[in-house]
Design a protein around this ligand. Structure first.
Ligand code: TYM
Length: 354
């Protein structure tokens, strides 16, 4: 029984401002994982075309996500930071995965249904195939661990389904190449070329909710800017948004169980915990029994303490686009080398002549 070499991969779309949900659900975890892992972090610019084809400032959007990665503390020398379009192998593997994935699987994707809205006939073919490209992003490096927010869980299950079907369909072709590894999936022994990726979703804020409605996800597309804290918000904006955040009239409970049925309180406590690197129980140990009039100012202070340095560093980096571009070019070259190795192996497994 073998094991795949551990590799962390994740991606963020260059569409709109990054917000606290992206930071706590994804980027903060990217930073923590660098310590003990080989990591690749990707600005997924090809994905950005799926919902909207023409963007006002595509280069600026790509650079600002890159700046956020670096400002949050990702080290582009030890790890790989790049944008997807610099590695054409993602698109090539995505095509192969389009032929692996079944229509029935794609039809179940809730994010497609949400994003396509009522007029599904007008959605792009790219939006429909989006999860297949996402699977290719990960598997073109045979990555094993993927830190994401909870909204990406279904896409990662599909990634596993695609990997599993490829492994099983091509098992007899994989074996003679010596490139596969014997693993068990559930009870089933499989000779696998692609790993079964593990989503890394845990933490106190896997799903950061809107500040205006604790039952809705904090999102770039919410028309109300008061619903989210953007990474580029200054201290005044952060303070105003938290003070205006919806709450209920009760004091905070002393136990996590007491947050049930109180989505806004649960959300703010989760945000506090994630920002402070604590559990919700620890936060409630400190603030249980207190009113929001006490808790909110503490949350404002903590948010500013964590976000202000990131904000300042992002602004500094954004003033030097040529440096950001050089980071992406260097990361792109290193990523291409790894991706081309996988693609050569995939071409051999499939039987393409080269
Ligand atoms: P994207 O660009 O929408 O979001 C980037 C990351 O932020 C997380 N996130 C949240 N986490 C907690 N609470 C929220 N309210 C919240 N909103 C967003 C997302 O879960 C994500 O981790 N499909 C992906 C991009 C992608 C990708 C990949 C990710 C493309 N290829 C390969 C991982 C691996 C997306 O649209 O993320």
């Amino acid at each position: 029984m073998g094991e795949f070499k551990p590799l962390v991969f994740s991606g963020v779309q260059p569409t709109g401002n990054l917000h606290l949900g992206n930071y706590l659900g994804a980027i903060r975890k990217f930073v923590a994982l660098q310590e003990n892992n080989d990591c690749m972090y990707c600005v997924v610019d090809l994905h950005a075309l799926t919902a909207q084809l023409v963007h006002d400032d595509m280069p600026g959007q790509i650079r600002s996500i890159t700046a956020a990665f670096l400002a949050a503390g990702i080290d582009p020398k030890q790890h790989i930071v790049f944008n997807q379009s610099q590695v054409p192998q993602h698109s090539e593997l995505a095509w192969i995965f389009n032929c692996v994935a079944r229509l029935g699987w794609m039809n179940r994707m809730t994010q497609f249904k949400d994003k396509a809205g009522k007029d599904r006939e007008q959605a792009s073919l790219g939006l429909y195939a989006y999860p297949s490209l996402m699977a290719a992003d990960i598997l073109v490096y045979r990555a094993t661990h993927v830190p994401v927010g909870e909204d990406q869980k279904q896409h990662l299950e599909l990634t596993r389904d695609i990997a599993m079907k490829f492994n099983i369909d091509f098992m007899d072709k994989i074996r003679p190449t010596g490139l596969g590894i014997d693993i068990t999936v559930g009870e089933e022994p499989v000779h696998a070329y692609f790993p079964m990726v593990e989503p890394l979703i845990d933490g106190p804020a896997p799903r950061v909710m809107s500040l205006k409605d604790g039952t809705k996800k904090m999102s770039k597309s919410d028309p109300s800017d008061l619903s989210r804290i953007n990474l580029m918000d200054d201290a005044d904006a952060i303070s105003r948004k938290i003070r205006k955040a919806k709450t209920d009239p009760d004091a905070l409970p002393s136990e996590v169980d007491g947050l049930k049925g109180r989505p806004e309180a649960d959300n703010l406590v989760g945000i506090f915990a994630a920002l402070a690197d604590k559990t919700k129980a620890e936060v409630l140990g400190e603030f249980g029994g207190q009113q929001f009039s006490v808790f909110k100012p503490a949350l404002v202070d903590l948010s500013i303490e964590v976000l202000a340095p990131i904000n300042a560093e992002m602004r500094r980096l954004m003033a030097d686009p040529s440096y950001i571009d050089s980071v992406l070019r260097d990361g792109g070259a290193r990523a291409r080398e790894r991706a081309e190795k996988t693609m050569n192996e995939v071409r051999d497994i499939i039987g393409f002549v080269r």
